[in-house]
Design a protein around this ligand. Structure first.
Ligand code: ADP
Ligand code: TRP
Length: 339
């Protein structure tokens, strides 16, 4: 229960928030699991959508590349219709208060919780050299979410654990210092929880199996033709649900069209080559408009920079209010303007 002195937390107003790392060109998995649901939410409530460049620093060591990829992620959001007057689009590191909050959250987070993080355990099990940033990644992500008082976080299934850890951190903080932080909910759409890549594994920049959103039609066709399928002969019936081609297809068509394709798989006499042609046709049609807008935006970086600067200003205002409250309840000096 919230304490009577902190009424704001009780009547938490809905706010959707999500982040995408600028660590590679945005791909179909990012779009279906994060961007599309986030844009749907943005038509119903305020949205804070950002480019997680501090997170990208766990792997990227090239300033120019990082800058270019930030622009790519920003242009992607806008190309799919984000309205920057309604929805706040910004770069994570333009609001450095997030680092302060992550330190404070780190102080109420047990090592046990961080040791259980899939991403970190994965990196260790693959024998990779793991930096402290990778270990601390979930705390920074929690700070991203809690700094803005987000109630809903649209993400793919791989991020579910991070949002659950965020809830644990918010509850721990509130337990020690009184109701201050809003406890968020993940929003994971079952139908797009894990989008397969061209090799059938989860599509991910780090697996090299992505279908980028804005390549030319020719390159898109080549990627689709390379999707790995099994060796069931053309005449035989096939299982659509274990096939990456069908799983992608159903996300770009109506239920009715997906049902028709499903029936063709099951009937036999329909080869994977046919399915790939169909997938290319619907994806290319769907992506043609956004691809054009994306190219225009990438050609006018100043437009992007201005939108991000305006977004940072709005985000920072909210961030400062949270940080002031957090400083106050923890016993840190609340207002630094006199320093
Ligand atoms: P990547 O895994 O390629 O590095 P990010 O970590 O930047 O992508 O992910 C940004 C968002 O896109 C997150 O919400 C993540 O859950 C989602 N996402 C990325 N790849 C997939 C996928 N293959 N299926 C479902 N969601 C995905
Ligand atoms: N960790 C997320 C990913 O790898 C990106 C991210 C950073 C994020 N901060 C966030 C997503 C806050 C949702 C909310 O995909």
């Amino acid at each position: 229960m919230s304490s009577p002195t902190k009424p704001g937390i009780e009547c938490k107003s809905a706010l959707s928030l999500t982040g995408i790392k600028p660590s590679g060109t945005p791909h179909v998995g990012n779009y279906l699991a994060a961007i599309q649901p986030a844009l749907a939410l943005a038509s119903q409530m305020p949205g804070f959508y950002f480019i997680a460049d501090y997170h990208a620093l766990t792997t990227i060591r090239d300033a120019r590349l990082l800058h270019r990829m930030k622009m790519e992620v920003a242009a992607t959001w806008l190309a799919f219709g984000l309205d920057p007057r309604r929805t706040t689009l910004f770069v994570q590191s333009d609001v450095p208060e997030v680092c302060e909050l992550s330190w404070i959250l780190g102080c109420v987070t047990g090592l046990g919780l961080l040791n259980r993080a899939h991403a970190y355990k994965d990196a260790i099990s693959r024998g990779r050299e793991v930096n402290a940033g990778t270990f601390f990644y979930p705390v920074l992500m929690a700070a991203d979410i809690l700094l803005y008082g987000a109630t809903l976080v649209p993400v793919g299934r791989d991020q579910k654990q991070h949002v659950e850890m965020t809830r644990d951190m918010a509850l721990a903080f509130n337990h020690h210092f009184g109701e201050t932080l809003v406890v968020p909910e993940p929003l994971i759409r079952d139908d797009v929880a894990t989008i397969p890549g061209t090799d059938g594994r989860k599509m991910s920049k780090s697996h090299g199996n992505v279908i980028p959103l804005f390549e030319s039609s020719g390159k898109l066709r080549k990627r689709i033709m390379r999707i790995v399928t099994d060796s069931t002969p053309m005449e035989q019936p096939k299982d659509p649900h274990s096939c990456a081609v069908f799983n992608l297809y159903r996300n770009f068509t109506s239920e009715e069209q997906a049902g028709e394709m499903e029936a063709r798989y099951k009937a036999g006499g329909f080869g994977y080559g046919h399915a790939k042609q169909e997938l290319f046709r619907v994806m290319d049609m769907f992506l043609a408009g956004p691809r054009e807008r994306y190219r225009e935006l990438m050609a006018t970086p100043q437009v992007l920079e201005d939108i991000l600067a305006e977004g940072a200003m709005r985000a920072r205002k909210v961030a400062r209010e949270t940080i002031f409250r957090v400083r106050e309840v923890t016993g840190l000096k609340k207002d630094l303007t006199s320093c």
